[in-house]
Write a protein that binds this ligand. Structure first.
Ligand code: SF4
Ligand code: SF4
Length: 177
């Protein structure tokens, strides 16, 4: 397999993200509950019994780049939230356990998802609140995006990369310096 530089892979990752976002918005999102009118904004990101999003090394690097561009005080605050989440929810010992859930440290009250525009994970792009299960986007949309992400990871790091809970992935791969 041809090696892809990390910076080039990050651009391609952005294309995968944009494609998924466009497909979800065009075909499905209009049937979901409006987040703007939500009575419990952020419940989807902060429910420690619900959030189980796993991301790859490359996605963690993309998120780390967004965090790295924030003012230093805000960066320190987020790093603390990430560390706290790893400890509180026992995420270091997940060993691939998909039932380990957590409140996402990237959600900010009043702002929303800190990485919404530049580095939102694929499952988060796919997620919305639908009244009817029949209106949900098909799993294949997310599966295709995650296959593309996995391919980018293999091409960049020359080996399969684990999909880890968001806080742990950022801690392992997204924090530089
Ligand atoms: S996804 Fe659902 S819970 Fe989250 S903000 Fe939107 S409507 Fe509210
Ligand atoms: S990455 Fe963003 S959208 Fe996904 S769970 Fe965290 S705050 Fe919510």
């Amino acid at each position: 397999m041809k090696t892809v530089s990390e910076s080039s892979a990050l651009k391609r990752l952005s294309d995968v993200r944009d494609k998924l976002r466009t497909l979800v918005a065009a075909g499905y999102e209009h049937r979901a509950k409006s987040c703007i009118a939500c009575d419990t904004p952020g419940a989807c990101c902060l429910d420690e019994h619900f959030v189980n999003v796993r991301i790859s090394r490359l996605e963690a690097v993309a998120i780390g780049n967004v965090i790295g561009g924030l003012p230093s005080g805000k960066q320190a605050e987020i790093v603390t939230k990430i560390d706290d989440a790893i400890e509180k929810y026992g995420l270091v010992d997940t060993n691939g356990d998909p039932t380990k859930t957590f409140a996402c440290p990237l959600y900010e009250k009043g702002t929303g998802c800190l990485v919404h525009t530049e580095a939102k994970p694929m499952p988060c792009i796919q997620h919305a609140c639908y009244e009817n299960a029949a209106d949900l986007p098909p799993d294949e949309l997310l599966d295709d995006a995650e296959v593309a992400v996995d391919k980018l990871n293999r091409g960049t790091y020359r080996s399969p990369q684990p999909f880890l809970p968001i806080p742990l992935a950022i801690k392992r791969f997204g924090m530089r310096g």
